[in-house]
Design a binder for this molecule. Structure first.
Ligand code: SF4
Length: 51
């Protein structure tokens, strides 16, 4: 299961059109995300591409 998660992260990272995941993330607004990685996340388990 962990391998699946890592593969998914890797795949999302690969498909991200911007340098930082946050710039393309659904949670990059207001208080939606309080992670320390924001706004320059290169790796993030909560990253969700904008639809
Ligand atoms: S969830 Fe992760 S990728 Fe999305 S805005 Fe927060 S830190 Fe950035």
């Amino acid at each position: 299961m962990r391998l699946f998660k890592r593969l998914r992260e890797w795949w999302l990272r690969l498909r991200c059109p911007t340098e930082f995941l946050c710039d393309n993330c659904r949670y990059d607004y207001g208080q939606a995300c309080t992670r320390r990685e924001r706004p320059n996340a290169l790796k993030c388990p909560d990253y969700t591409p904008r639809g």
